[in-house]
Design a protein around this ligand. Structure first.
Ligand SMILES: NC(=O)c1ccc[n+]([C@@H]2O[C@H](COP(=O)([O-])OP(=O)(O)OC[C@H]3O[C@@H](n4cnc5c(N)ncnc54)[C@H](O)[C@@H]3O)[C@@H](O)[C@H]2O)c1
Length: 257
């Protein structure tokens, strides 16, 4: 038996980076997976790769009816939902004094409201079936601020507290809820860091393990929290950052490219 045989999972932000790595690991370990993402094209490519164990559903996690439809696809296709990984995220950064209200709203809606809507609808279905496990991908920025990241860091901090609140409310339904806080991960979403050698170097100087993570190195801890090995773990935040939190954050403003 593989670890996630006969489990049904939903993954948001499934078409790239950490979300895609979670999908690939889940399928490799026996699960049937619904992936929600904005990108129809990349979902289709992933479905081509993974076959019948994966279905992509174009989903905007900031739109409640989309999230509801994504969850319904899991129950329609496979009769239930056991696991959920809320990974979709991104940011429109800017210093607080210059940040527009529209950019604040776009970032906080994506990173925080998107997770709220996802947990809400995933948990309704899991509760009806007797339980499940939810993993929300937050960020090291929930604990460590960065310049220009006010909306993102505030939203990610919110994800950590939302996770703890959901863990409290849903424990009696047999649903565990935890968060993962990645540091620097090499994905399409962080290409701007890796494209600027001095910026990349400044980041690495803060990471005791001396390198960024591959997406799979974040997917592994996500799957652990969803697995039976973590059956007594709920409401916690697992920092996956190569030790970065113990050193602090670089000031990259003067480093150019
Ligand atoms: N990469 C890192 O260093 C890092 C560090 C800490 C936290 N994170 C968090 O991890 C998560 C994944 O990051 P990544 O680097 O893999 O990003 P990525 O940009 O490679 O992938 C993000 C995916 O989310 C999708 N997405 C964006 N908005 C969406 C929406 N409204 N609805 C549905 N899907 C949407 C995108 O289409 C994309 O496929 C994010 O929540 C991010 O904040 C990443």
């Amino acid at each position: 038996m593989a670890r996630f045989d006969e489990r049904v999972a939903v993954v948001t932000g499934a078409a790239s980076g950490i979300g895609e790595a979670v999908v690939r690991r889940l399928v490799a370990e026996g699960a049937q997976v619904i992936g929600g993402d904005l990108s129809a094209e990349r979902l289709q490519a992933l479905a081509g790769d993974l076959g019948a164990a994966f279905r992509g559903v174009v989903t905007d996690v900031t739109v409640e009816s989309d999230v509801e439809a994504m969850v319904a696809t899991a129950t329609d296709a496979w009769g239930r939902l056991d696991l959920a990984f809320n990974v979709a995220g991104g940011a429109r950064p800017g210093p607080i004094v210059d940040l527009t209200e529209a950019d604040w709203d776009a970032t906080v809606d994506l990173v925080l409201k998107g997770v709220f809507l996802s947990v809400k609808h995933e948990a309704r279905v899991m509760r009806a079936a007797g339980g499940g496990a939810v993993v929300n991908v937050s960020s090291l920025n929930a604990h460590v601020p960065m310049r220009g990241g006010g909306s993102y860091a505030a939203g990610k901090g919110g994800v950590e507290m939302l996770t703890r609140t959901a863990a409290l409310e849903l424990a009696e339904d047999g649903i565990r809820v935890n968060s993962v806080l990645p540091g620097l991960v090499r994905t399409p979403g962080t290409a701007a860091v890796f494209d600027r050698p001095r910026v990349h170097e400044a980041f690495l100087a803060r990471i005791p393990l001396g390198r960024a993570a591959d997406p799979d190195e974040v997917a592994g801890p996500c799957l652990y929290l969803a697995s039976d090995d973590a059956r007594y773990v709920t409401g916690t935040a697992l920092v996956v950052d190569g030790g970065w939190e113990i050193t602090g954050y670089p000031d990259v403003r003067a480093l150019g490219s």
